[in-house]
Design a binder for this molecule. Sequence first.
Ligand code: UT7
Length: 330
Amino acid sequence: MRGIIKGTGACLPKRAVDNHELARIMDTNDEWIRERTGIVRRRLISEETTVSMSACAAERALENAGIEPGAIDMILVSTVSSNAVLPSTACAVQERIGAANAVCFDVNAACTGFLAALNTGQAYIHAGMARNILIIGAESLSNLVNWTDRGTAILFGDGAGAVVLTAEEGELPVAVMHSDGAKGGVLTCRSPFEGSRSSPAGGGAGADPSGYEPFIQMNGQEVFKFAVRQVPRCIEELLEKCGRTPEEIDLFVLHQANARIVEAIARRLKQDISRFPMNLMEYGNTSSASIPILLDELNRGGRLRKGMKLVLAGFGAGLTWGAAYLEWEV
Ligand code: UT7
């Protein structure tokens, strides 16, 4: 058995913040951001939350798939920016959409998280342990950004995307995933629970001798180099396992981090950039949400036809990276 994507959905916050608006609160400018990243604006939450956007994207995906919430037997949410530590975003989504029969848990593999959740879903379906799975990527990264750090604040955005994965006869699609924890220091966001500093054993409630920094911290150039080196290799590894060539792929749906990264990956694979769709100009880097939001845009925009061959690829904190092959089946 394998899962096929039956439907897609997305949900973006209403509030769009363009580069000019950011330039009013930090030392940056529209020209620099466009040239170095391709980003023009991003959506940032005001009333929305990771849970509300996840539930809204999920409902749209269910409608698109023509599947009732009660038929969903698993909800997987990839996020690093849950509303709450407990309960999981997946359980909160279950309650909101009325998917009473679902098993629910969250996955954290940063910007590779949607692929990790998709592969987990595929494995459950392959093992006969689930038939209809909601896979959601959702982030409120604006809550993790230091709005005085121009090196990171200009990059990120909020949003959610979802797909419904349904069991069908057939072989498990090929996917590859990698992690390198030794290089984790290049992209971090510390937790207030690190060590035992808030327990009586660790020096008393809230005591924080180390100066807790709750924001995303990044060595941008190192992440850039990692992405343009590892992602093309990973896609080549994937295609070799599938017995396909890059020329046979209709669309490369990559994590939307930076237009220069996507362009560099296309160049290294010697493929035309027109087969690497991008929407990061509008939404910035939405981490786990970027691949399903883009998939939904392609799906609803009529760019996906039955039989098309797609490669999805993600990369990010951990470090983590991965790619998945799929044929569009609806
Ligand atoms: O999901 C994965 C998440 N992370 C990523 O995808 C990040 C990957 N990395 C990148 O996208 C790029 O490294 C950045 C967009 C973050 C930065 O671009 P860069 O070409 O690597 O710039 P840089 O850090 O080398 O900085 C170049 C200059 C510096 O000034 P000096 O030292 O040359 O005078 C920076 O201080 O640009 C300056 N700078 C800025 N100027 C205006 C850095 N950020 C800004 C800014 N506005 N926002």
